[in-house]
Design a protein around this ligand. Structure first.
Ligand SMILES: [Zn+2]
Ligand SMILES: [Zn+2]
Ligand SMILES: [Zn+2]
Ligand SMILES: [Zn+2]
Ligand SMILES: [Zn+2]
Ligand SMILES: [Zn+2]
Ligand SMILES: [Zn+2]
Length: 507
């Protein structure tokens, strides 16, 4: 890459960072269309592509070849017809359009006669993968996935604390390493994969994959668990951005060029050092690893942490960094409960939800339903119930379980099991203008942001971050908008849903 291009990218990146700072990552980003792959541009214009010829679903017209099709989508007549067809709002995130001849998936170039087939189709791995790949876009030096989640430059390059997980080698200078040809080749060869739960990961080798959201290595057996754990979801929420979405531009060349090439690209060879020094270093590393319950394998230059189930390069530096990392320390602490440091400072005043909540009123707005609690807080009903919904995935934060996709959330909320836990969740009353509950010991839920933070120190930090401040301001405005309505409702229906719930539980 020439220097000029680098400079432009850096400038673009800087501008976007500025936008993040000023508008809380809700920047309306425009991404260049010019890099989209040709066939995807046809699909996005309503043209089904076959082995040789094509068919325009918008105009109901046969097109002899891709060249004819490319010409066709440029005509005013087509653009008018295609422009009138919107993405189906039944499947808002899956780029499905309804034409006279059926439902068409732009990502997969698949035409389906009825909506129920689409329901099945969008849960299939192939669709998830195509969607992920086609929506992957460069944004400055970072990358955006699904049009709404930012993969930071370091994660994209697989750089974790001085170690490149793509090259499986340590590096001194980050910029030098990224410019290295072997690193660039690895970047192209190691495929990005997409799976259920919006998982975005890179398959490194048989022993490790990398979560691109957390920039963390995962053992194969830990994958599915990782993508639904609270810490990952928390980071996912932080990386959320808004883009113009309408743009279909993608840089697919790099991804489609990927072969399932498992012929391992050789590890960067360490420069020859004196063997004596090397032996001592290896011995120290081995002892250090052992003392911290990590296995150490000098032959394949790997170590494995049994506590975190993570593979690491077997260097002293990376093992030390891992052992001192917050994740590892947290897991160690939780497996030896007696030595756990207190998770909250002890001066928090708390009150059980059942005692704290005096009234709840649900208000239907043109866009969604909001819940007003004690005429003082306005939040999402799912935030109050502690249910996370993301596309078709539904998770109860309180019961720590996934609910079947598309299931009725209120069925779960009304179970005795959930309700009994829910009424006993402590509300942190010392933060009077916040709605924070301690959903599990040491895990705090912010009602306005509907996210969970581990440890009170981090929660305090969250309350000061601009994301939270801005979201809270939005909810306070909604409270002002709907308070009078809620008051009126309570006057007419003094017995609220909440009281009914208590009655139900006492039966
Ligand atoms: Zn057409
Ligand atoms: Zn599809
Ligand atoms: Zn590298
Ligand atoms: Zn993750
Ligand atoms: Zn560990
Ligand atoms: Zn539950
Ligand atoms: Zn918050």
């Amino acid at each position: 890459m020439d220097a000029n291009k680098n400079r432009i990218k850096a400038r673009l990146n800087k501008k976007i960072n500025l936008e993040y700072e000023t508008s809380n990552r809700a920047a309306f980003l425009y991404i260049d269309l010019s890099e989209a792959s040709m066939s995807y541009l046809l699909h996005a214009s309503g043209v089904v592509t076959g082995s040789l010829s094509c068919f325009c679903l918008a105009c109901d017209a046969f097109l002899q070849s891709a060249r004819h099709a490319t010409h066709h989508v440029g005509t005013a007549e087509h653009q008018q017809k295609a422009g009138a067809v919107q993405l189906s709002d039944k499947f808002p995130h899956d780029h499905i359009k309804k034409f006279k001849r059926g439902y068409y998936c732009e990502f997969c170039n698949v035409l389906m006669p009825i909506a129920s087939k689409v329901n099945v189709h969008i849960t299939e791995d192939e669709h998830k993968h195509n969607k992920g790949v086609l929506l992957l876009k460069p944004l400055g030096l970072d990358v955006v996935a699904f049009n709404n989640v930012l993969i930071e430059e370091k994660a994209w390059h697989g750089l974790i604390e001085g170690v490149c997980s793509l090259c499986n080698a340590e590096f001194e200078d980050e910029e030098d390493h990224k410019a290295d040809a072997e690193h660039s080749l690895n970047l192209v060869l190691k495929p990005i994969q997409f799976a259920a739960d919006n998982a975005i990961f890179r398959h490194l080798d048989d022993t490790a994959s990398q979560c691109l959201i957390c920039n963390k290595l995962l053992a194969p057996g830990r994958m599915s668990e990782h993508f639904v754990n609270a810490e990952h979801l928390e980071i996912y929420a932080k990386q959320h951005i808004e883009t113009n979405g309408a743009c279909r531009g993608t840089e697919t060349e790099e991804i489609t060029a990927v072969t399932e090439n498992n012929d391992k690209v050789d590890d960067c060879d360490n420069p020859p050092t004196e063997n004596f020094e090397k032996d001592i270093e290896e011995e120290e590393t081995r002892d250090f690893a052992k003392a911290n319950k990590l296995t150490y394998n000098k032959n394949n230059k790997k170590s494995f942490c049994r506590i975190c189930e993570v593979h690491l390069p077997a260097s002293f530096k990376s093992i030390k960094e891992h052992v001192e990392g917050t994740n590892h320390r947290r897991l160690v602490a939780s497996s030896t409960p007696s030595t756990t440091e207190p998770k909250d400072p002890g001066n928090l005043s708390k009150q059980e939800t059942i005692k704290f909540i005096k009234s709840t009123v649900d208000i239907e707005t043109p866009f969604n339903i909001v819940t007003i609690i004690n005429l003082k807080y306005c939040i999402l009903p799912n935030s109050l119930s502690l249910i996370w919904k993301n596309d078709s995935r539904i998770r109860c934060v309180l019961c720590n379980m996934n609910l079947p996709p598309h299931s009725n959330v209120s069925d779960h909320i009304n179970t005795r099991q959930h309700s009994l836990k829910w009424i006993n969740v402590p509300v942190i009353t010392s933060e009077r203008n916040e709605f924070i509950r301690e959903v599990h010991p040491g895990l705090y839920h912010c009602g306005f942001c509907h996210l969970v933070v581990s440890g009170w120190t981090d929660m305090k930090r969250h309350l000061e971050c601009s994301d939270h401040v801005q979201r809270k301001a939005v909810w306070e405005q909604r409270l002002r908008d709907h308070k009078a309505g809620a008051q009126e409702f309570l006057r007419l229906h003094p017995q609220t849903v909440f009281v009914q719930l208590m009655k139900m539980l006492n039966e």
